[in-house]
Design a protein around this ligand. Structure first.
Ligand code: UDP
Length: 473
């Protein structure tokens, strides 16, 4: 087990983004209340990795702000053997209803899980003080609930994943976890109410959606001309960027974009003035990049000057991410089979990943430059790409699946496509925005307001305050 040390962040930095009134209530009402309630104890988060993955990213944002508010918050990451992580990955896939590695959650799986849980539990004792509330994140840490509870710690289990529909696998995963959680947890936190299994007591169930960091390179202010120049620099848009755009890293040090994107297209790059439809996603079947391409080719581009960019991370070695490489290959094959006229308007873009901050600025530039951001997922846990685009005031067309329906109010803060496989409806929604500038602006403004109200750091922490206060109640 290792502790992740993060320096406090001055919460004042949030003020220009959330406004003075909201900042006042955050810093001068919520924070002192929390600090008083948790005087003498530390709120201890436990997850399975200090870096990589959404949970780590979220803790990297929330912990510094919490600490900046004068509340002692800590973060511990468990350690385990490959056999343990094989079981927890299986749990992860099963909770999503997917088959994963084809293995089962039998007694041998429980044994592997318990062995690592025991060794981490022994170490955890040395890190925490009596009375510290413990927030356990995701299936990897569920086994620690019993020991924490026995030693008198208030225990929260925060599950970041879930599926719209139950099947045999989801049932198996929840039966596995129930053994460790039931009777040992004071509060359960899910991203959506629908993701909680039915044995979670209603009076202990809290719903907290994820949030985005408005100050991070992925979401920070970027002028449209700088966004355009960045995209010219990496080769996505046509034209000379006329020098480098001055950017900064989170620690304030200067940086510039140094890498090109890998782009597959025919003919010249997209002109900056052409409306660009963008989907940014991992290369994953559930993001349905091929469907976006076909929907655009069949129902959007003819008669419109629009172009499409399908954007994901570079898939370097096949061993790293076999599915990513496979999906990208499928996209290439599909693209090659399209009529030339459609191909000339569609590019496949792989963003460099070597420098995470650079990658974040590139995603920022793409989302800000987009005339329409699409997220035509077949399934989605929450869909942070939707939140990111909404916060930037972009009109979004997205499938009505998973957490996307909690984000977009159809017709007010974006357009929802009921059936994610219905390419004609998807195309019609995109066209309606391309055809009507006012509609795009209205949806974008609605999106900006909604994401700003519901999915930023201060709202997220306020929701957490309710959970941890319930522990003291
Ligand atoms: N993302 C990124 N670079 C890429 C592709 C995706 O940084 O090349 C980010 C994207 O901005 C978002 C996250 O990966 O923050 C994806 O989260 P989401 O909830 O949309 O989907 P998930 O990948 O978790 O299924």
């Amino acid at each position: 087990m290792q502790e992740v040390h993060l320096a406090p962040m001055d919460p004042q930095r949030l003020e220009p983004v959330i406004g003075i009134e909201r900042f006042e209530s955050f810093a001068h009402e919520l924070a002192p209340r929390m600090a008083e309630a948790f005087d003498g104890v530390a709120i201890v988060n436990v997850n399975s990795t200090p870096a990589g993955g959404g949970v780590a990213e979220m803790l990297h944002v929330l912990l510094p702000v919490t600490r900046g508010l004068g509340i002692d918050a800590r973060w511990l990451a468990i350690e385990g053997e490959p056999v343990f992580f094989a079981v927890t990955k299986r749990l992860h896939n099963f909770i999503h209803g997917a088959a994963g590695d084809g293995g089962v959650l039998d007694e041998a799986a429980h044994e592997a899980y318990v062995a690592v849980t025991h060794s981490n539990d022994a170490e955890l004792k040395g890190f925490v003080k009596p009375g510290d509330p413990i927030i356990l994140h995701d299936p990897q840490t569920a086994g620690l609930a019993e020991g924490c509870r026995r030693r008198g710690h208030p225990v929260v289990w925060r599950c970041h994943i879930g599926a719209d529909a139950a099947n045999e696998r989801t049932e198996a995963a929840w039966a596995f976890l129930r053994r460790y959680l039931e009777g040992n947890v004071d509060a359960y936190v899910f991203t959506r109410r629908e993701y909680a299994p039915d044995w979670v007591p209603a009076d202990r169930l809290f719903v907290i959606p994820p949030s985005i960091d408005p100050l991070s390179p992925k979401n920070a202010e970027l002028s449209s001309s700088d966004a355009c120049r960045i995209l010219q620099k990496i080769g996505v848009l046509d034209g000379d960027p006329q020098g480098d755009v001055a950017l900064t890293r989170p620690d304030g040090s200067p940086m510039r974009v140094r890498h090109y994107a890998d782009v597959v297209r025919t003919g010249p790059a997209t002109p900056p003035q052409s409306p660009l439809v963008v989907q940014v996603s991992r290369w994953d079947h559930l993001k349905d990049m091929v469907g976006v391409m076909q929907g655009f080719a069949d129902h959007v581009f003819d008669g419109h000057g629009a172009h499409l960019a399908l954007v994901g991370p570079v898939v370097t070695a096949v061993a790293d991410d076999p599915e990513g490489a496979e999906v990208l290959q499928e996209c290439w094959n599909h693209w090659r089979g399209l009529p030339h006229a459609a191909r000339a308007r569609i590019q496949l873009v792989c963003l460099p990943m070597g420098d995470g901050v650079e990658n974040a600025w590139l995603v920022n530039a793409l989302q800000r430059h987009a005339a329409v951001v699409v997220q035509k997922s077949l399934a989605e846990g929450f869909g942070l790409t939707v939140t990111e685009a909404m916060f930037k005031g972009r009109p979004v067309v997205a499938s009505a699946v998973g957490g996307i329906v909690d984000q977009i109010v159809d017709g007010e803060s974006g357009l929802l496509v009921r059936d994610p496989t219905d390419l004609a409806s998807f195309g019609a929604a995109v066209r309606s925005i391309l055809d009507d500038r006012d509609l795009g602006q209205r949806l974008g403004e609605g999106a900006r307001v909604r994401a700003g109200e519901l999915f930023l750091t201060d709202t997220h922490l306020a929701a957490w305050a309710e959970v941890v206060s319930s522990l003291r109640g």
